[in-house]
Structures are given as structure tokens and as C-alpha cells.
Design a protein around this ligand. Structure first.
Ligand code: NAD
Length: 453
């Protein structure tokens, strides 16, 4: 698609938006229900596209992509009416006689740029929010998950005219051309590096935006944690989608006294979930591309392999791997891993773990396993991060009741449930004054003026 064609597409969407067609409650509801109907009808194809792109198993596709989208849709349909109601605001004494209202209004045309790791959920969840809030949408899915991206285009093109919802496929060049357009909102999910490019593009036109980025999310296991259960939840969070999850535990900080026992339980949990030979397990995820495979394989040199470490380059698979004896200067600890390799670091006092995290960019997620409320309070109260779990991993992302997003380098803004509606909504404050009386003392008076000598 040429730059000119994109400009025309945005103009078309803006014109459609200006007709008011996207704004009535009934219309938003109808479109969300049509979307749900189509997604349900295409469920088998969605599962097979996810299998093709990332070798996701049916169970994983359902629990981490399809199920989350259904929940998001049902929740939005249920609450949309109340979210759309303007809210009355209190009147200050100085404003007596007037009435204040806060009116939710759509931004207009929203651009959504999605990544490849959860190529369905991370494209459709923001789309739900944007439609619910009354916007038109241009969606740019990732070129690295081509089967899912093509299917999304097919589904959405069958449902919507491009003046309302359009899918534009392509890589970074297409993305940058879209970022050159005068859209009204940008919602970007992806890497910190590209997030900076997106923010610069938005700054040129002062376009408001949400950045859902990544980074190194720590998982702390304290000495009192129930180790078998902890290991199972850790393995679930780290090796789902072969570690290619923005909120996967990136590295482990474990109390020195329980390190060996935790590693033993982790090895057992890997064997229980993925079998003795995960490389030949058809339900274990693959790495998205050769470039990412090579990047990950090179990390295997950065420490001592505790277990795992085998790879199948022809199928782009890497075994669930734990490694220790890593330092913060090695590449595996310098960048977001985004694969099935878990470095293990130890601490003796919880403050050491807190300090290590606080010396680095604010993480997207943090996980803490402990039964002690004081330890929980110390960590939650003194570390800034997007969101996370106590005694679990990943699960905070899968509920529409918790807004999801990062802070600092891990992103800005949040979505899911009410958070998605708010993200794609401008709240307009309007004060309506009475004409029945007037408070005169705010006006200047020529009588009070002093003459300039
Ligand atoms: P990416 O930043 O490479 O790509 C994301 C999107 O941006 C894609 O659609 C891509 O086509 C586009 N893009 C790539 N280069 C671009 C450029 N130069 N200019 C404009 N657009 C460009 O990210 P990815 O590899 O698809 O995803 C992995 C990253 O995303 C990880 O860092 C991960 O942590 C993060 N992530 C964050 C979340 C979250 O919700 N916070 C979710 C998933 C992934």
C-alpha cells in the first residue's frame, strides 16, 4: 500500500467517523456482537493459524489467546452502557449555579500496531476497546506471524468496510508509513526500541498514544515459598509459548537457601508438562524466526546450564533451559530474553533482590513467591513495575478486572476491560452555566482601575 493510498484510507475513516455512525451505543454493541460471532465461527482456523505461526497447541491457543478475547468481549458488551454514560461532576462554591459533566467521547481514528507473539489476542483485544469507545480502526498486525495476520485480515474484511475497520499488512516500512498519517490515537504493542520510534512519530503531531512494551521481568522466590507449587507456576509462566511472552519471568531471583531445591522441582515440572524430551513434544512452542533462534541460542554460552540447553535448529525449537553463574554484563542479562531460557541469580536478603531490580529499568511484570506479608509489602511497596502476581505468574493479564500496562521503559497507559474503553476515550469536561444570576465580582471594573500617571 503506497503512502498515498494510506492517506486516502485515513481520510475515508475520518469522513466515516464524522458522520457519527460509530458512536451510538446500539451500533457499538451490534458491531461487538458481530465480531464475537465471526471469531467464534473462525475458531478452528484461528487455532490452526496459531499452530502454523508458533506451533501453539490448541490448549495454549485457547487459554492464552482465544479465551481471553471472548472474556474481553463479553465483559465489554456487559458494561458498555454504563461506561458510556456521562458523569455528573460536583459544583465548587465558586461555580454556584453551574453544572459539570464529564463526557466520554471517542478519539476518532485509532491506529493499532500489534506484535507476533500473541498475534491474535494482542491485535483483537485493543480492537475491542477501540470499537467499544466508538473509534474507527486501522490495524497493522505483525509480519512475523503471517498466517494469523492474513486470517485476521480475512475475518475483519468480511465484517467491516475499510472506512470503519481496516487491516493493513506489512512490516516496519508499512508501519512507519502508517505512523506518518494524521490518526487520532496510536496503540502500540512491541519492543522498547520500536516503541521509541513510535513515540517520536506521535510527537511530531502530538498524537496521544499507549505503549505496551517489554523488558526484563523478574521473578523472586523467597525462602518460605512452597517450592513444588512455585516451580509449577514458574514453569507455566516461563515456558508457555516457549518463553515468547512479554510478561514471562525473564530471570529468577531465588533465596540462596532454597535454590537447589527449587531447581530440582523446576526440572520435575518441566518433565511433567513437556515430557522427558521437550524438543520432540508437538505441543511445545517454537521460536518465531531464525534470527530470534540464533539470538537465543547464543545466550546459552552466557552461563552454566543447569538443565535443558539442547536445540533443534531445523525446527527452531529450544529446550526449556535453566542456567546459573550469569552476571549482569553478559548479553543474556543485558536484554529481554524472550525465549525459553531462565537465568538464576541468588540473594541472601530480600533487600538485595529489591536493589538489583531498582537499579534497572522499571519492569513490565514482577512475580513474588512468599507467604510472608512483610516481604510482600517490602517488594510491592518499594519496586515500581507495570503489574504482576504474588504467588503466581502471568495470570494478572488474563482478567478484564485488572488494567494491564507498563511503566517507564516497559510502557505507558493500560488496557483490558474498563481500561481499554478508557484508553480509546477522551473524557471531555463541560461546565454549563446558569443564566438566572451572575456573580459579578470576577469581572474587571473600570471604576476600580487606577490611573497611570
Ligand atoms: P517489534 O517492536 O519488533 O514489532 C512490533 C510491531 O511494530 C510489528 O507490527 C512490527 O511490524 C512493527 N515494527 C517493527 N519495526 C518497526 C519500525 N522500525 N517502525 C515502525 N514499526 C515497526 O516487537 P515484536 O518483536 O513483534 O514483539 C516482541 C516485543 O514486544 C518484546 O519486546 C515484548 O516484550 C513486547 N511485547 C509487549 C507486550 C505488552 O503487552 N506489553 C506484549 C507482547 C509483546
Amino acid at each position: 500500500m503506497s503512502n498515498d493510498t494510506m492517506t486516502k484510507l485515513i481520510q475515508k475513516q475520518k469522513h466515516f467517523y464524522s458522520t457519527g455512525a460509530t458512536r451510538p451505543y446500539e451500533e457499538r454493541l451490534r458491531q461487538l456482537k458481530r465480531l464475537k460471532g465471526a471469531l467464534v465461527a473462525y475458531e478452528k482456523q484461528i487455532i490452526s493459524a496459531l499452530k502454523q505461526d508458533l506451533n501453539k497447541s490448541e490448549l495454549e491457543s485457547f487459554s492464552t489467546e482465544i479465551g481471553i478475547v471472548y472474556e474481553e468481549l463479553s465483559f465489554t458488551v456487559k458494561h458498555l452502557h454504563s461506561w458510556m454514560k456521562p458523569k455528573k461532576a460536583k459544583t465548587a462554591l465558586t461555580h454556584i449555579g453551574s453544572k459539570g459533566r464529564i463526557i466520554p467521547e471517542p478519539y476518532g481514528t485509532a491506529l493499532i500496531i500489534a506484535p507476533w507473539n500473541y498475534p491474535y489476542q494482542l491485535a483483537v483485544s485493543p480492537l475491542i476497546g477501540a470499537i467499544a469507545a466508538g473509534n474507527t480502526v486501522v490495524l497493522k498486525p505483525s509480519e512475523l506471524s503471517p498466517a494469523t495476520s492474513a486470517l485476521l485480515a480475512e475475518i475483519l474484511e468480511s465484517l467491516f468496510d475499510e472506512e470503519y475497520v481496516a487491516v493493513v499488512q506489512g512490516g516496519p516500512e508499512v508501519s512507519q508509513e502508517l505512523l506518518d498519517q494524521a490518526v487520532d490515537y496510536i496503540f502500540f504493542t512491541g519492543s522498547v526500541h520500536v516503541g521509541k520510534i513510535v513515540m517520536q512519530a506521535a510527537a511530531k503531531r502530538l498524537i496521544p498514544l499507549t505503549l505496551e512494551l517489554g523488558g526484563k521481568s523478574p521473578c523472586i522466590v523467597h525462602a518460605d515459598a512452597p517450592l513444588k507449587l512455585t516451580a509449577q507456576r514458574l514453569v507455566f509462566g516461563k515456558f508457555t509459548n516457549a518463553g515468547q511472552t512479554c510478561i514471562a519471568p525473564d530471570y529468577l531471583l531465588v533465596h540462596r537457601s532454597v535454590k537447589n531445591e527449587l531447581i530440582a522441582h523446576t526440572r520435575e515440572a518441566v518433565a511433567e508438562f513437556y515430557g522427558a524430551e521437550p524438543l520432540s513434544n508437538a505441543a511445545y512452542g517454537r521460536i518465531v524466526s531464525e534470527r530470534h533462534f540464533r539470538r537465543l541460542a547464543s545466550f546459552l554460552q552466557d552461563g552454566n546450564i543447569l538443565f535443558g540447553g539442547q536445540t533443534a535448529p531445523d525446527r527452531l525449537v529450544i529446550e526449556p533451559t535453566l542456567m546459573d553463574q550469569v552476571t549482569w554484563d553478559t548479553p543474556v542479562m543485558q536484554e529481554e530474553i524472550f525465549g525459553p531460557i531462565l537465568p538464576v541469580l541468588e540473594y541472601d536478603h530480600i533487600q538485595e533482590a529489591i536493589d538489583m531490580i531498582n537499579e534497572r529499568p522499571k519492569p513490565l511484570a514482577l512475580y513474588l513467591f512468599t507467604k510472608e506479608p512483610e516481604i510482600e509489602e517490602m517488594v510491592v511497596g518499594s519496586v515500581s513495575y507495570g503489574g504482576g502476581c504474588i504467588n503466581d505468574t502471568l495470570m494478572h493479564i488474563a482478567t478484564p478486572h485488572l488494567p494491564f500496562g507498563g511503566v517507564g521503559e516497559s510502557g505507558m497507559g493500560a488496557y483490558h476491560g474498563r481500561g481499554s474503553f478508557d484508553t480509546f476515550t477522551h473524557y471531555k469536561s463541560v461546565l454549563k452555566q446558569t443564566n438566572l444570576f451572575d456573580i459579578k465580582f470576577r469581572y474587571p471594573s473600570s471604576k476600580n482601575g487606577l490611573k497611570i500617571m
